[in-house]
Design a binder for this molecule. Structure first.
Ligand SMILES: Nc1ncnc2c1ncn2[C@@H]1O[C@H](COP(=O)(O)OP(=O)(O)O)[C@@H](O)[C@H]1O
Ligand SMILES: Nc1ccn([C@H]2C[C@H](O)[C@@H](COP(=O)(O)OP(=O)(O)O)O2)c(=O)n1
Length: 226
């Protein structure tokens, strides 16, 4: 059998820094990048645009299978195209975030996206970020990280991020949202958010982005003998 490309999985709750670290790591190593949350966001947006009932599991799964999508990782942020429409901003809107967390709880939707996610695996390697990369999608990944940070710190990071974009929100509301999303992602029965048994847990509450990156790089070099 041909050798499988190595996968580095980065799972964890919203705002723990997964996306930031995954992108920097992929650039540094020259690996492909999978932002699996974007696939759930795209599914939600496509379902909203098709005026689908988000409770109709089979219909949302059909939409997830049929989406024509493209990721461009060459810029500072990952640019996302849905049916030839640039939806980079649209998939980050609050209504889509809420809908994404609803469709992500549907087992048929998760099944529909499984092979799509695995198709991102290619030489020389893949960095995949999400909630179940290490547990369900790439259980054989040689490097698994479970990135966390306190809910207060994650809310503060979101707050800073939104302020930079000129969006005014209250820190208290963000903290409530984060807690609600943590709860929904953790208690759902289909691929809940939890660390894989062989994942290295890293708490980034008191760490800078570059400290987290260095820690993960050290782990990667050790495990992949790079
Ligand atoms: N260790 C860190 N310290 C401070 N800010 C961070 C850290 N890691 C990420 N951030 C910032 O927090 C925000 C959320 O990070 P992001 O990578 O989008 O998280 P996730 O993908 O886990 O939801 C971004 O604005 C990012 O720049
Ligand atoms: N592998 C994944 C990735 C994301 N999800 C869910 C979790 C979230 O509710 C949505 C959007 O995920 P995303 O990582 O983009 O969200 P955050 O940026 O962390 O807030 O999809 C999932 O269930 N499984």
């Amino acid at each position: 059998m041909a050798e499988q490309a190595p996968v580095i999985t980065i799972d964890g709750p919203s705002g723990s820094g997964k996306g930031t670290i995954a992108k920097l790591l992929a650039e540094k190593l020259g690996f492909a990048l999978l932002d699996s949350g974007a696939l759930y966001r795209l599914t939600a947006l496509a379902a909203i645009r098709a005026e689908a009932d988000l409770e109709d599991e089979a219909d949302v799964a059909r939409i997830a299978s049929g989406m024509d999508i493209f990721f461009d990782v060459s810029g500072e942020e990952v640019a996302v195209t849905l049916d030839e429409d640039d939806v980079t901003r649209a998939i980050r809107m609050e209504d889509v975030s809420m809908a994404a967390s609803r469709v992500a709880a549907l087992p048929m939707v998760r099944a529909a996206l499984l092979e799509r996610q695995r198709a991102f695996r290619k030489m020389p390697g893949l960095v995949a970020d999400g909630r179940d990369m290490g547990t369900t999608v790439f259980p054989d990944a040689p490097v698994k990280v479970f990135l966390t940070a306190s809910a207060e710190e994650r809310a503060q990071r979101r707050f800073n991020q939104l302020q930079e974009k000129g969006v005014s929100v209250s820190l208290r509301d963000l903290l409530e949202d984060i807690r609600a999303r943590d709860e929904r992602d953790t208690v759902r029965s289909a691929s809940p958010l939890r660390p894989a048994g062989d994942a290295v847990q890293l708490d980034s509450t008191e760490l800078t982005i570059s400290q987290v990156l260095d820690t993960v790089l050290e782990l990667v070099r050790d495990r992949l003998k790079m």
